[in-house]
Design a protein around this ligand. Structure first.
Ligand code: GLN
Length: 289
């Protein structure tokens, strides 16, 4: 097989992909389909964002020395466990390509549930104010703003570096504004019709955090039971919501009951919703009038 006997200087597209697939499978335990997808994504990027069809059509061609070394350095980072989204600088979410960097969380597919639930509650006409707390890369705020041009979305984060990424992701939209704010701190006196958030919710010291070591810890973990940020949001949100307005937030797989309990003191119609894996992932309620 060409891939098996390819020497070091045989940097054809086919050989590079075959070796990268083997390395990705053995170093990260990726299944063969996943290893193929990642190898192709890295090489497409190294070749200047060419299409998947380009790789197939040119598989016996040799890449330039510069492209080869760029590919090797990206592969090296991935083999050490860095998320591929950081290496490529982008990740798809809600059908849109978002820029991401190590200053923000890698977008997760389960967060699309939060966008779905928000959109169900935002009319397609008329003014409507949405607040996204801890926007990070801006995926939730930007997805909402794109689908509801009539809504004005305010996206806040306490990290100015995260906000730079979010601003870039929202640069084509006129109905979104970005504010540097530690939760509600810079929003005193403002009121919203809907508040959404994907806050940090993993418990400090949770073993799961070691698998997430490339991502910003302040976006992941919050207090001994992981609920510190959620408690703060539930506590303060009624003061910033219009009567009857919804609060919706993402949480961990085992936090649904605790979140409903916290919500029940200040909110009506409280509930939890399951993500694509059947896990309670978002909880919320409406401000009591
Ligand atoms: N869903 C992420 C995880 O458990 C955590 C995201 C968050 O804390 N908001 O990997």
């Amino acid at each position: 097989m060409a891939g098996e006997c390819g020497g070091r200087n045989e940097s054809t597209i086919e050989n590079l992909l075959a070796r990268a697939r083997r390395d990705l499978s053995s170093a990260l335990g990726l299944q063969s389909v996943e290893a193929r997808i990642e190898a192709q994504a890295l090489l497409r990027h190294a070749l200047g964002d060419v299409s998947g069809a380009y790789l197939i059509a040119h598989e016996s061609e040799t890449v330039s020395a510069e492209q080869h070394s760029l590919f090797e350095s990206m592969l090296e980072r991935r083999l050490k466990g860095e998320p591929i989204a950081y290496i490529l600088g982008k990740r798809e979410f809600y059908g849109i390509d978002f820029r991401v960097s190590p200053d923000v969380l890698v977008p997760r597919p389960e967060t699309e549930l939060l966008v779905d639930l928000a959109l169900e509650r935002i009319p397609e006409k008329g003014s409507f104010r949405v607040l996204d707390l801890g926007t990070g890369s801006g995926i939730v705020a930007v997805s909402i703003a794109r689908h509801r041009k009539n809504a004005l979305v305010t996206a806040v984060d306490k990290s100015s570096r995260a906000l730079q990424v979010a601003r870039d992701n929202g640069k084509d939209l006129a109905n979104i504004r970005f504010v540097e704010s530690d939760w509600f701190e810079s929003l005193v006196g403002e009121h919203f019709d809907l508040i959404v958030s994907n806050p940090p919710y993993i418990a400090e010291g949770d073993g799961h955090l070691k698998d997430l070591k490339f991502e910003p810890i302040c976006a992941l973990s919050s207090g001994p039971d992981g609920l510190d940020s959620i408690r703060k949001i539930i506590e303060d949100a009624p003061g910033y919501l219009e009567p009857g307005g919804w609060l919706l937030f993402e949480h961990g797989f085992d936090q649904g009951a605790s979140c409903r309990m916290l919500l029940s003191k200040k909110f009506a119609d409280t509930g939890s919703w399951r993500d694509i894996s059947g896990i309670e992932r978002v909880s919320g309620g409406r401000r009591l009038t």
